[in-house]
Ligand binder design. Structure first.
Ligand code: MN
Length: 295
């Protein structure tokens, strides 16, 4: 028998705000007070689900920099186009994930995909920020498109399934290459079932409920939308009694025991490194996006 990870606390979203003019998000951390106890995860914005009106001009967030961490975008509904100053670009659709390592610095833009913008529709995404250890904060930027077809799905008995985006579950390995051990699982569960997932002891962990109704570890109820249960690093599994069909994002990761100094789009270890990041960005050292060719 393994011991369950304890539910430390259930949180509601903190701030609700717009990112650019394209992404109306509920912030699931850190604006609600969850901080170091979820290292290496820094931030999670849940965009939508929201109805986007048809528009000839895609909405989104224009040219902006990042340094010192990774941005992970998970598409549930709608589509997002991305391009950055390292020359990477891509479009993600429902089920796809984009794992961008900003590391030493990129400038990028994140927009509704033009065809989705033109037609309009329901939009739903998550953006998760994953910290990098000091040794990799100034590594080369990297870009991974994790297509739906390449994300393995693990059956959870009759309860549903877990898509393994990063890490490992039940022998299935996620396609994301990461700098520290992390698990990111997209979990879909059906009402009136019970299931259990293993999560490594010593890793910080959380269960994000996008929508649904579940009892975690026979005790705490997560119900409604956009709730998060912070779990203890101790313990090796989590159980769910599923009351209504539910969509969950399960996160766990080995904590990075280093100072975190963040300022807007930069997450470094010291104030001096932040000042350097601002200066490097202003001096154009993180590059620029090429002008869009008129079509
Ligand atoms: Mn960004």
């Amino acid at each position: 028998m393994t011991t369950p990870k304890k539910v430390l606390k259930i949180y509601n979203p903190g701030s609700t705000h717009w990112v650019g003019d394209g992404f109306h998000v509920r912030n699931l951390f850190p604006s609600n007070g969850i901080g170091d106890e979820l290292s290496p995860f820094l931030m999670l914005d849940y965009a939508g689900p929201t109805r986007v009106k048809p528009s000839p001009n895609p909405r989104g967030v224009g040219e902006h920099p990042h340094r010192g961490f990774e941005t992970v975008t998970i598409a549930y509904q709608g589509a997002v186009e991305h391009r950055d100053s390292a020359g990477h670009s891509g479009t993600i659709y429902p089920g796809d994930v984009q794992w961008m390592t900003a590391a030493s610095g990129v400038v990028h833009e994140e927009m509704h995909e033009h065809e989705f913008a033109r037609k309009g529709g329901t939009f739903e995404m998550i953006q998760l920020w994953v910290n990098l250890p000091k040794a990799h904060k100034m590594s080369r930027p990297r870009y991974q498109t994790l297509a739906k077809a390449n994300i393995p799905s693990v059956q959870l008995g009759s309860a549903g399934y877990a898509r393994v985006i990063a890490g490992e579950l039940g022998g299935a390995k996620g396609p994301a290459q990461t700098y520290t051990p992390v698990n990111v699982f997209d979990v879909r569960l059906k009402a009136d079932n019970h299931t259990e997932l293993t999560l490594p002891a010593g890793q910080n962990a959380a269960v994000v409920l996008l929508k649904g109704n579940i009892i975690v570890n026979s005790g705490e109820q997560l119900q409604g939308e956009a709730k998060i249960a912070l779990l203890s690093p101790e313990g090796e599994h989590v159980t769910f009694d599923v009351k209504e069909d539910s969509i969950l994002l399960i996160l766990s990761g080995e904590p990075i025991h280093e100072p975190v100094f963040s300022y807007g789009p930069f997450v470094m270890n010291t104030r001096e490194e932040i000042l350097e990041a601002v200066a490097d960005y202003q001096a154009g050292k993180m590059g620029h996006l090429e002008a869009k060719v008129a079509q």
